[in-house]
Design a protein around this ligand. Sequence first.
Ligand code: ATP
Ligand code: ATP
Length: 173
Amino acid sequence: TDEFKMVLGALELYDKTVATAMTRYEDMFMLPDTLNLSADMVQQILDMGYTRIPVFENKGPGGNPKKLNINKHIFGPDEEVKNVVALLFVKDLALLDPADQQNVMKIANVYNHEVRRVLEDMPLRTMLEEFKRGEYHMALVERLVEQEDKDPVYELCGLITLEDIIEEIIQCE
Ligand code: ATP
Ligand code: ATP
């Protein structure tokens, strides 16, 4: 029955990690800090349907967005855009005058939402407890990458929300 599946799903939270439930990096919708928002851009962002959007540091030449990937995302993340520096909430865009072509990072700085980060091997049960405390609803997922002769670094590998954990509970195979 469905109840039985849900109990199993809940039990499996003990074995699963954040990495199994997260939205992977490749599928993350993010915006470059350098972007200035036209009315059209704002509409495209709204159409994506996400409430919280990571903002990445764009190190493209001349400070311009490095790569346009209109098909999948407005700006698709590529290998070098793993440095998330802020979060933009869609509701932050409500008071904008589209004619101002406001800069994404400037808006993000006004609201200054905290960027929360967790490691990919955190148990899902722990993540669920964190979300239940209610201080935040989305976390960036990172992995520790060992480097030869250097200090290990954290690398962005996805993001996770409460909804992803609920999916794990109700979709138990
Ligand atoms: P809310 O439902 O709180 O308004 P939302 O619809 O933006 O927010 P969630 O419902 O928390 O997001 O999550 C729905 C799914 O979307 C989850 O799988 C989550 O990982 C994913 N998700 C959330 N934000 C993003 C984003 N910026 N890019 C890609 N996937 C995202
Ligand atoms: P985060 O906690 O990550 O900052 P959030 O979307 O939960 O994101 P808010 O949008 O400030 O943060 O929402 C806080 C609470 O207020 C949530 O429980 C939300 O459902 C509720 N809320 C938000 N907007 C309204 C509204 N217009 N009317 C009633 N309740 C609302």
